[in-house]
Design a protein around this ligand. Structure first.
Ligand code: FES
Length: 176
């Protein structure tokens, strides 16, 4: 069954914009989808917080190529903050729609872009850690270790109380 691609999607697939590798990028990401096995690489050149150039490589389906192509076209010239907020729905509307089973391709494109921006921020000491994937992970780790510590504390407190109690009981039974 042929997929219902728009003319624009087919155009971006056949003649993708900004495709290729970039030497010495300021930010780079590789993202893959475990379900369909597709993969995208993004390369960024940033100057004073503005995306001056962006390139991508695709190892994916037609809409993987088309979504990355249209997104890279739109985000060039944006500030990093603007590009980070670029929604996947905008890619879909730019292409005039996507088949339902291909919507995830546009989600993957924006995730790859965000990851490349995070890489840029990390390299330049700008990572806020607040919203980044790695930041969220380390936040979760911190919370887990805090819970572990408090459980340990409670257990050792209980042990101490138990020891005191058994000493008391021992003392009483000796008196008797
Ligand atoms: Fe998964 Fe296109 S089918 S990215």
């Amino acid at each position: 069954m042929a997929l219902d691609y728009t003319k624009k999607t087919i155009g971006h697939f056949l003649r993708p914009h900004n495709i290729g590798e970039m030497k010495n990028p300021d930010g780079y990401s590789r993202i893959g989808n475990a379900v369909c096995g597709d993969q995208l690489d993004f390369f960024l050149k940033v100057d004073k917080g503005i995306i001056k150039d962006v390139k991508f490589l695709s190892f994916g389906c037609a809409s993987n190529i088309a979504t990355a192509s249209v997104m890279t076209e739109k985000i060039k010239g944006m500030t990093l903050a603007e590009a980070k907020k670029y929604p996947w729905q905008k890619i879909v509307s730019e292409l005039g729609g996507l088949p339902k089973q291909k919507l995830h391709c546009s989600v993957m494109a924006v995730q790859g872009l965000k990851k490349a921006i995070e890489d840029y921020e990390k390299r330049h000491g700008l990572a806020t850690n607040k919203n980044s994937q790695s930041g969220r992970l380390s936040k979760r780790k911190n919370k887990a270790s805090q819970v572990k510590k408090s459980v340990k504390k409670k257990v050792s407190k209980k042990k101490l109380v138990n020891r005191k109690l058994s000493k008391k009981i021992e003392g009483k039974s000796r008196v008797k």
